[in-house]
Design a protein around this ligand. Structure first.
Ligand SMILES: C/C=C/C(=O)SCCNC(=O)CCNC(=O)[C@H](O)C(C)(C)COP(=O)(O)OP(=O)(O)OC[C@H]1O[C@@H](n2cnc3c(N)ncnc32)[C@H](O)[C@@H]1OP(=O)(O)O
Length: 149
């Protein structure tokens, strides 16, 4: 199924009645050096693998990598702004960090509806972040969404 279109207002998300298995949406962003340094400050995670090139060069990654949770923020972005969009409540998220993300990489976070539980107003989405053809993060999200009823 094609990407959901941004025909709704920025403040309107999908209700449970509007959702169908297969609906999909994505958000893309190029990760910058500034994003990584700012995320270290915002989160308090100053792990040197993210911000100290000399140290990071000695690790298996042979250089600085982005915080995993910075990449996960792009999943939150697609869920919170596109599908299901405003009005949804994040309840659960599984994650596998499959490959590193580095400054300069463009990450695409894609969310695809896999299951609906209308009586509980729950939606399950497969969530995958890629850099080019490489899957960097994958998992599953559970959200509560509004109902028109
Ligand atoms: C405190 C916060 C710190 C951070 O934020 S660090 C930044 C976020 N993390 C990353 O960027 C790490 C990204 N992931 C990777 O680079 C790689 O991934 C690893 C280096 C962690 C592992 O790679 P490799 O040693 O090459 O493993 P394999 O040979 O691809 O797989 C061996 C087995 O391990 C499983 N596996 C690999 N990655 C994960 C994972 N992330 N979660 C769960 N399982 C994993 C596979 O499936 C497979 O399993 P089977 O032998 O049964 O086939």
């Amino acid at each position: 199924m094609d990407d959901v279109r941004q025909v709704r207002k920025d403040t309107e998300g999908y209700c449970i009645e509007d959702l169908a298995v297969g609906m999909t949406a994505s958000f893309s962003k190029t990760v910058t050096e500034a994003d990584i340094v700012l995320f270290a400050g915002i989160s308090g995670d100053t792990n040197p693998v993210h911000i100290n090139q000399e140290y990071a060069a000695t690790t298996m990654f042979q250089g600085r990598i982005a915080h995993g949770m910075l990449t996960v923020g792009f999943i939150s972005a697609v869920l919170g702004t596109k599908l299901p969009g405003p009005g949804c409540i994040y309840m659960n998220q599984s994650l596998k960090f499959k490959a590193p993300v580095r400054a300069g990489d463009t990450v695409t976070a894609r969310a695809t509806v896999t299951e609906l539980v209308p009586e509980k107003r729950r939606v399950v989405l497969k969530t995958v972040c890629t850099v080019g053809e490489t899957v960097v993060v994958e998992g599953e999200a559970l959200l509560m969404v509004p109902s028109r009823g």
